[in-house]
Each structure stands twice: as C-alpha cells, then as structure tokens.
Design a protein around this ligand. Structure first.
Ligand code: FAD
Length: 312
C-alpha cells in the first residue's frame, strides 16, 4: 500500500478510499471532464481535514476539496487527493439570530441550512438551483449566485469571513480588510497580492456591476430623443469615472443638450449628480461622441448610474 493511503488510513477515522470504483465515481462532477483522482478522503472533523492536507503535503500530492460536486467546469476533478467535505462536515457551529449570522462547516447543503434557519424566520439568500446538493463550501469556492442575486447578491456579498487551511498548512482567516497591514500576519503577503489585483484588474474597475448598472441607468429621455447613451463606469481606489458614448440614432442632425449624470442607491434614490457640458454641440445622423466625468470618493450607497439630458 503506497505511503499516502497507508498514512491516511492509520491516522484518520474518516473514510479513506483508493479503490478503482471510488476513484471512478469521484472522477466526474457536473461537467463533461473526467480525471481520476489519486484517492479520496472523507474527514470526520476539520482537524482530520487539516491532518489529511498535511499528510498529502508530506507525500507531495496535491489536494482538491469537494462539496456536492455539482460544478460544471471541472472544478472538482483532478489528479489529486480529493477531500470530500459533504458527508461529515455539515454542521451549524453557531447561530446569531439577532445579528442574522451563522457559522457553518463547509459541507452543509444549502437546503439543509435553510431548513434549520427557517424556524428562526431566516434564510440564506443565495438561492442557487442546485440547492438540494450544493454545499456552502462549494458555493463559496465558485462564488455562486442565485435567481434573486440581483436583490441579495452572490456568495461574496453574503460571506462575512472564512477560516481556511491553505495547502501549505497555514491557518488563515479571511475577512474584510482595508489594507494588507490589517490582515493576520500569516496571510499578509497574500492579502497584499489580492488587494493589488483588485486595484489593478477589470473586475474592480468595472463598477457598478452590469446588472446594477442596467437597473440604475436611465440612458435617454424626452429631452434627448434620438440620442442613445451608453455608459461604462470604472472604479479607481478613490473615485468613480463614468465614461460614456452618445450616438445619434435619428435620421437628421441632433443638438446635444447638457448631460445630467447621477449616482443612485439600491432604492433608485439619487445620492450624487453632476451636470456636464456635452462633448459636442451637435451630432450628425449615425455619429457617436464620447464623454467622461469623475465622482471623487462616491457615496458607498451608490450602486447605479443614471444619465439623462438636462433641459436647455
Ligand atoms: C443543473 C445545475 C444548475 C446549476 N445552477 C446554478 C445556479 O443557479 N447558480 C450557481 O451559482 N451555480 C449553479 N450551478 C453550479 C453549481 O451547482 C454551484 O456552483 C454550486 O454552488 C457548487 O456547489 P458544490 O457543493 O457542488 O461545490 P463543488 O462542485 O463540490 O465545488 C465547487 C468549488 O469549490 C471548491 N470547494 C468545495 N468545498 C470546498 C471547501 N470545503 N474548501 C475550499 N474549497 C472548496 C471545489 O474545489 C470547487 O473548486 C449549477 C449546476 C448544475 C449542474
């Protein structure tokens, strides 16, 4: 028996399976990929999961956590030691009804969690369609979203913190931080890298999200009939830049009125606005012109953009 399997069986009370049948079962998820894992471990406790990761590290085998295995892009298949959290690591650890927070083990299935929350008048609102199978750990891993995510957000909006065991054995606490210096020392370099990626990459620069933008954006009105406006807001660390384009969709030249650019909150109430001069006075049929304006330190409640034409 190879070292990895022998050590896992000797040191863990959870299931350890290296037989071809089990490895075949875990070679698939809801994607069309198939990769046979090295073996499967089903830890009974978080400490056992930690131990399994440590043994895999010592034996130089990669690990692959798995919940319900409903991923559609092959996230849970690979030539690794699969750590299945769904069988035993499925308890609620702490429930704060007044604060509407719950701490869970990663393998709890969404429907099971909601069944237990229901009697307290609560529910976990990331209502994915695989709710009867998907686990909170897998949902967090995929940043899952549900049919009502426009209202309630995705996983990243509904997770306060994650206690994780990194592949190198580091015990990491991930939560909201403003600066890398605020992160626990063990993950400070990682936090620094993640914040740098956030400041640099399109994901953070595209603000607000497309969905919110659609909801919040009113892009033409009577004053601007025949003028089509599109906007592409971009976020920097301390400002929101609203870039946009105006296209004349009429069959004759159009005057361009002054533009009113407003930031709106979740209830469509205005939290800030600017009136700006048009980039050009008139536009030929089919012609397009660009505009841009900057909101310094925008109100954090602002989640939508509305562009209308101010009366002349
Ligand atoms: C028919 C169908 C409908 C779907 N509908 C939706 C939908 O409405 N919305 C949606 O967002 N998705 C949907 N999905 C995709 C999928 O169901 C979700 O992403 C689901 O949240 C995955 O949960 P899971 O427990 O099956 O995770 P898994 O597939 O087991 O794992 C997902 C990822 O998380 C990682 N992971 C799992 N557990 C842990 C852990 N303990 N620690 C660290 N990482 C972990 C895995 O390695 C993997 O990368 C659908 C899939 C199918 C097949």
């Amino acid at each position: 028996m190879p070292g990895l399997e022998r050590r896992l069986k000797a040191e863990l009370t959870g299931d350890v399976r290296f037989d071809p049948f089990t490895r075949g079962r875990y070679a698939t998820d809801a994607s069309h990929y198939q990769i046979t894992p090295v073996g499967v471990v089903v830890p009974r406790t978080i400490e056992e999961a930690d131990r399994a990761i440590a043994i895999a590290r010592a034996e130089k085998v990669t690990v692959l956590p798995r919940g319900g295995g409903t991923s559609q892009c092959g996230q849970t298949v690979g030539p690794s030691l699969v750590v299945d959290c769904s069988k035993y690591l499925n308890r609620i650890l702490d429930l704060d009804v007044a604060g509407r927070r719950v701490a869970v083990e990663p393998g709890i299935v969404l429907d099971d969690l909601n069944r237990q929350l229901k009697k307290h008048g609560l529910w976990y609102p990331v209502d994915i369609s695989t709710a009867s199978r998907a686990t909170i750990g897998g949902m967090a891993g995929n940043n899952s979203c549900g049919g009502r995510s426009l209202r309630y957000g995705t996983m990243r909006d509904n997770v306060v913190a994650i206690d994780a065991i990194l592949a190198n054995g580091t015990k990491a606490h991930f939560g909201r931080i403003g600066r890398a210096e605020d992160a626990p020392e063990a993950i400070r370099p990682l936090a620094r890298d993640l914040l740098a990626i956030g400041a640099r990459d399109m994901v953070m620069k595209t603000w607000p999200s497309t969905a919110t933008l659609y909801r919040g954006a009113r892009l033409a009105d009577a004053a601007g009939a025949g003028l089509q406006v599109t906007v592409n807001p971009a976020r920097t660390p301390d400002s929101l830049v609203v870039n946009g384009k105006i296209t004349n969709t009429a069959s004759s030249a159009r005057e361009i009125p002054r533009l009113r650019v407003a930031l709106r909150d979740d209830h469509n109430a205005e939290v800030a606005s600017q009136v700006i001069d048009p980039p050009r006075n008139s536009l030929a049929p089919g012609a397009t012109t660009a505009f841009s304006t900057v909101f310094k330190n925008p109100d954090s409640a602002a989640t939508g953009v509305a562009v209308t034409f101010a009366a002349q």
